[in-house]
Design a protein around this ligand. Structure first.
Ligand SMILES: [Zn+2]
Length: 223
């Protein structure tokens, strides 16, 4: 039996092909990826650094992690990284990327805050499977089954098309107004109760590119 393939370390994937990585002279363990290096840079983190709780014990920063740490775009953007390279993308493209990720190994980072050091969570969690994978959204990790996300995306889009808001879908409660206007409010409420708090549902709703429809003026007969 052959050993399972090991995914690359995220900072290696993100710094792949980058020439002239900054290299230090400190010998020790990298606080970001946990590996030993002889080319460590001083582990001085800016006062605005927010990822303290995700650090590994260590004494320096390796050249690959230094590159990621110093490149602001990795925390101020959404991105998908694979052997084909790193692509930065906008909110409206997130759904399509989640439903059709690149060939493994790959990593996907999403953000709502545009400033957290959430890439740290993906350091040792580069994905090897396109159907079941982890995504980081700011400082939380979400386990995604692609089939499940597709199903929930269709459900979310359908509800948005009917005129419900993203807030309603995320909070899981219809307002009195929505209740009186929707064709089948009880089914909508039952469905929302089932998915409430589910992180994959939250991805399906938050990153839906669907434009919201209008609620009917009057309830349609035959509920
Ligand atoms: Zn490192």
């Amino acid at each position: 039996m052959s050993a399972a393939p090991r995914p690359p370390i995220l900072s290696d994937l993100l710094s792949r092909g980058v020439e002239n990585l900054a290299r230090g002279t400190t010998r020790g363990r990298c606080i970001f990826c946990g590996r030993q290096t002889g080319e460590g840079l001083p582990p001085k983190l800016g006062s605005k650094f927010t990822g303290g709780e995700f650090l590994q014990g260590g004494s320096c920063i390796c050249p690959m992690c230094w590159f990621v740490y110093k490149t602001q775009r990795f925390r101020q953007s959404m991105w998908v990284a694979s052997l084909a390279g790193t692509r930065f993308f906008k909110h409206g493209d997130a759904r399509a990327i989640l439903l059709d990720p690149p060939d493994p190994p790959f990593a996907i980072y999403l953000t709502r805050t545009w400033k957290k050091q959430g890439w740290l969570l993906l350091m040792n969690r580069v994905n090897l499977d396109r159907d079941r994978f982890l995504v980081a959204e700011d400082e939380r990790l979400i386990a995604v089954s692609r089939a499940d996300l597709r199903l929930k995306s269709e459900l979310a889009d359908g509800m948005l098309r009917q005129g419900l808001t993203k807030t309603t879908l995320l909070e899981g409660r219809l307002s009195a107004y929505q209740f009186t206007r929707l064709r089948d409010p009880r089914t909508a409420e039952r469905l929302l109760a089932e998915v409430r708090g589910d992180p994959v549902w939250e991805l399906a709703v938050w990153y839906s590119p669907m434009k919201r429809g209008k609620l009917p003026k009057k309830r349609i007969q035959g509920e």
